[in-house]
Design a protein around this ligand. Structure first.
Ligand code: THU
Length: 129
């Protein structure tokens, strides 16, 4: 299952649109029913509009009707596995992601819980169903 998630993240990595930073990232998220949704970073000439791979994958899942997410894998071509940015961690918390798998193209893999990466996440009971 982890291999399948990593394969999906690597596939998305190759679709990354990163002409400005030249730093491609791929992500894949698995929901409670084990369905996988993938995404890549998508940059813009107006740099601040960039969407990270993790959020692209999560938004793809949510847009498809899946809100109960479990595990996310993130892959980049870096010397060590990259950890998700703070904004993406908060979005992960929103949809219940518990486990984060970080990997690079060399095959190094690191595991962390979202609790470890984002202790004391902002939680407010203001969401609409
Ligand atoms: N990026 C991600 O896609 N995920 C992260 O967790 C960190 C950064 C992207 C944003 C930008 O396109 C590029 O990596 C360099 O920051």
């Amino acid at each position: 299952m982890e291999e399948e998630l990593l394969r999906a993240a690597i596939k998305a990595f190759h679709n990354a649109y990163a002409p400005y930073s030249r730093f491609k990232v791929g992500a894949a998220v698995q929901d409670k029913e084990s369905v996988i949704y993938a995404g890549s970073n998508v940059e813009n000439v107006s740099y601040g509009l960039t969407n990270c791979a993790e959020r692209t994958a999560i938004f793809t899942a949510v847009s498809a009707g899946s809100r109960q997410l479990e595990t996310i894998a993130v892959v980049a071509d870096a010397p060590v596995p990259v950890a998700p940015c703070g904004a993406c961690r908060q979005v992960m918390a929103e949809f219940g992601i518990k486990r984060v798998i970080m990997a690079n193209l060399k095959g190094d893999v690191r595991h962390a819980s979202l609790q470890e990466l984002l202790p004391e996440a902002f939680q407010a009971d203001l969401r609409q169903e």
